[in-house]
Design a protein around this ligand. Structure first.
Ligand SMILES: Nc1ncnc2c1ncn2[C@@H]1O[C@H](COP(=O)(O)OP(=O)(O)O)[C@@H](O)[C@H]1O
Ligand SMILES: [Mg+2]
Length: 270
């Protein structure tokens, strides 16, 4: 198993998780760590436990074994929640999860309310983060009247507006068309350069991970553990089509074929 530094902003150390309903082991001793202000990606095949890992970090699930620390505070230790208070984390889901009966502004206000941010700050925060995400003019629009890309921007603005310790992103662009996804990836990097928030981004796309990340953690197929930690040493701003990224993508693909369950079909004889 890969050795990860344990003095980072987010540390996940040898975490196990089984779903109680099915007794299914989803995480089998996963370890990774993310530095403050780093852009880290978790790269793994469908069903390997990526979303489970993010749900643990957001406090939704308690791991059955292992340790999680965020910003020096132990959050989970050996099957227990160690601190009463969870850090404030921004979460961008695969589907945007905007409430359709509330405007974009009202959706963000709901998150600000849950984060106990004083009402006097709401207008300024909504304006600032919608502007930063390039959809300032849609504050009072219903989510149903926005395009997929605009809804995604609104979901990112909502996650960033609560002043989170870190941002968890679960395959946020996988439902968009490729052209829109590329715009949003580039915009996300620009936003990150401005805010320097710590980002943990989950994807099954090797190219997306290579383009976005400082560090990539590659998981096995489920039950998941982290097999490799890679540093992407390509200067920013990066070009999506940079041949150096293509080269790194190729070497990752050949190294993951074994532990993502690839098999070579045998030719039919005769
Ligand atoms: N609520 C649940 N109850 C039982 N099993 C689940 C639940 N959610 C996910 N699983 C299972 O746990 C494993 C990991 O799921 P998940 O973390 O969603 O994977 P990924 O995000 O990498 O696609 C899968 O085998 C999945 O079927
Ligand atoms: Mg998932």
């Amino acid at each position: 198993m890969t050795v990860v530094p344990s003095d980072h902003f987010i540390n996940i150390e040898d975490v196990f998780f089984s779903y109680p309903q099915s007794n299914l082991l989803a995480l089998d001793g996963a370890s990774l760590s993310v530095k403050r202000s780093e852009f880290a990606c978790i790269l793994g095949p469908s069903g390997c436990g990526k979303s489970t890992l993010l749900n643990i970090l957001s406090g939704l699930f308690v791991p059955s074994k292992g340790r999680v620390t965020i910003d020096g505070d132990v959050v989970f230790n050996d099957g227990q929640m160690a601190s009463g208070k969870l850090p404030r984390i921004g979460y961008v889901f695969q589907d945007d999860r905007l409430l359709p009966w509330r405007s974009v502004r009202q959706n963000i206000e709901l998150a600000l309310k849950s984060a106990a941010i004083p009402k006097s700050e709401w207008d300024g925060l909504v304006e600032h983060f919608l502007g930063l995400c390039g959809i300032g003019q849609y504050a009072d629009t219903w989510p149903g009247n926005l395009s997929g890309g605009q809804r995604k921007r609104a979901a990112i603005a909502r996650a960033m507006a609560i002043d989170p310790t870190s941002l968890l992103m679960d395959e946020p662009f996988s439902t968009l068309d490729e052209v829109n996804a590329r715009f949003l990836r580039r915009e996300l990097l620009e936003l990150w350069q401005k805010t320097k928030q710590t980002i943990l981004f989950v994807t099954h796309s090797v190219r997306e991970a290579v383009y976005l990340a400082d560090t990539i953690y590659i998981m096995t197929k489920g039950p998941g553990k982290v097999m490799e930690r890679l540093t992407i040493d390509v200067a920013r701003p990066r070009q999506y089509e940079d041949p150096r990224l293509t080269e790194i993508e190729g070497s990752i693909i050949s190294s993951v074929l074994n532990y993502w369950g690839y098999y070579e079909p045998t030719a039919v004889q005769g």
